[in-house]
Design a protein around this ligand. Structure first.
Ligand SMILES: Nc1ncnc2c1ncn2[C@@H]1O[C@H](COP(=O)(O)OP(=O)(O)OP(=O)(O)O)[C@@H](O)[C@H]1O
Length: 475
């Protein structure tokens, strides 16, 4: 049987289908069409630039594995972006982009000490002797201020970001800590600051790194016995951006090394930008001395965007993708997806994909179907109300009793369990959990979580409660 683009792609799809969630498969892979196979390069057609970016960001690994299985080590993937615009008169257009070839902000030359180990490392931190080495800033130029739309929910953080970008290290916002819930733009804003600084001050060395990668690099440096080189590398950065610092929680070695790096940078007027999914007061298992430094500068929160901002974000996205969509549909999506900008964008992309490939008109009906899937998925994330209901049902009491001020032991325990599960299963802060479960403060919630932890390791009956309720909440 001869190998065609279609047959290769079908085999890839089979593999991918087995390895990702059905909904994700339906949204991101069903709309793709295999177009051409030349030598080792498979061209696939995707419905928009965002679609391509999404695939590259979330599925590039699985695409690579599946394609290598089919076409060998030299396999290449080429995206063809095709937008058939169902509205307006714009001609459909195509654009070809090879996989993993997104523009990146230019590498920067810096003099740093060097050793005889691999100079090509993108992020070389090791290095006695002096040699000119390029440090990739790891910034994504698509995440700019220009397309980070302003609204009440992000005004403080965005303005602080602009101020920092205008004068890195020269404002009182040092460090600048950007915090907020999932998908609200922390990473985007952190990149935007870095990108703007590189535009304004090309000679400055900017580095974006996730706390997870930072930790991994640190662990490697300890293994390879070059911890000092690791520290020196970070101490020469002018603007250090660390994403998701809550990841450092419980990792005392990495916290310690970061503490030293932070102090050095701060004392030398270098800028530090951090992001986190929690406010410093809600971070657990982060050393006090580090937490107090996080609070030195400004902690700016990204909140859920209001309706107008959600509409502007969607319109901007459509405009950049060259797609037109009726106002009432944009508003419908914005009205129904409220708490996560990533999902908001995801819903619009699904809508475009469904309409352009299945040749369906974009109607409110279609929008409803798609939004429902997103909203259902979101709802699967349990709410604090739901947790309180499950826990009080389990102990055969009503929610008011669970929340009451009583000190009766079995009620206190039920309340502590509800707090513990709220911490475990939701992204809510300790303060917010406390206020929703009987108007308690964050210290009470913290105490409850610790008590549940202790009791479940010492008391068999209590452990059974925790297991039973976990099962009920996971259904
Ligand atoms: N104000 C905004 N204007 C335009 N796009 C936005 C805005 N806020 C968020 N986005 C978009 O939403 C998506 C999610 O943002 P991002 O990845 O920065 O969120 P995050 O807070 O870092 O999420 P996580 O908690 O999962 O790390 C991105 O595509 C980003 O461009």
């Amino acid at each position: 049987m001869s190998i065609t683009a279609q047959s290769v792609w079908n085999n890839c799809l089979e593999f991918i289908k087995d390895n990702i969630q059905p909904q994700a498969y339906k949204t991101w892979f069903e709309p793709i069409k295999a177009v051409k196979l030349t030598d080792n390069a498979l061209s696939i057609q995707v419905p928009s630039k965002f679609f391509y970016e999404w695939l590259e960001e979330h599925y590039v690994k699985i695409l690579k594995v599946s394609l290598t299985k089919e076409l060998g080590e030299k396999a290449k993937l080429v995206y063809i972006i095709k937008m058939e615009n169902t509205y307006g008169n714009k001609q459909p257009f195509t654009e070809k982009i090879p996989s993993s070839n997104r523009g990146s902000v230019k590498a920067q030359d810096v003099d740093i000490p060097l050793n005889n180990k691999s100079p090509e490392l993108r992020n070389p931190f090791v290095i006695p002797g002096i040699r000119n080495v390029k440090i990739e800033s790891q910034l994504n130029p698509n995440y700019s201020f220009e397309n980070f739309l302003e609204g009440d929910s992000n005004r403080l953080a965005r303005s602080a970001g602009l101020a920092v970008a205008a004068k890195p290290g020269g404002t009182s916002f040092n460090p600048l800590l950007i915090f907020g819930g999932v998908g609200l733009g922390k990473t985007h804003l952190a990149h935007a600051i870095g990108v703007d600084i590189k535009d304004k001050y090309p000679e400055k060395t900017v580095l974006y790194i996730s706390a997870e990668k930072f930790t991994q690099q640190y662990i490697d440096s300890v293994k390879k016995n070059n911890r000092n080189d690791f520290i020196h590398f970070y101490q020469i950065i002018d603007v250090l951006i660390i994403d998701d610092v809550q990841f450092l929680s419980g990792k005392s070695g990495t916290q310690d090394v970061f503490f030293h790096i932070f102090n050095h940078l701060h004392q030398n007027g270098k800028q530090v930008i951090l992001t986190s999914d929690k406010a410093p007061v809600d971070m657990q298992d982060i050393e006090q001395r580090l937490l107090s430094r996080f609070k030195w500068g400004l902690s700016a929160e990204l909140q859920n965007p209001d309706f107008e901002t959600r509409v502007s974000i969607l319109k901007n996205k459509l405009y950049r993708d060259g797609v037109e969509m009726p106002e009432d549909i944009v508003e419908y999506v914005a009205k129904n997806i409220k708490t996560n900008v990533r999902e908001l964008e995801g819903a619009i992309i699904s809508l475009i994909a469904q309409s352009s490939f299945n040749k369906k008109e974009i109607t409110i009906e279609l929008a409803k179907q798609i939004v429902e899937k997103f909203v259902k998925n979101t709802k699967r994330e349990v709410s604090i109300d739901y947790i309180q209901k499950i826990v009080s049902d389990y102990f055969q009491m009503d929610v008011d009793t669970l929340q009451s001020k009583t000190r009766k032991r079995h009620i206190v325990q039920a309340r502590q369990l509800a707090m513990f599960f709220a911490k475990k299963f939701t992204k809510a802060s300790l303060a917010s959990i406390g206020s929703q479960i009987g108007k308690r403060d964050h210290a009470t919630v913290l105490h409850a979580c610790k008590t549940v932890d202790n009791l479940s390791s010492t008391d068999k009956q209590f452990r059974k409660y925790v297991e039973d309720i976990t099962k009920k909440l996971s259904v």
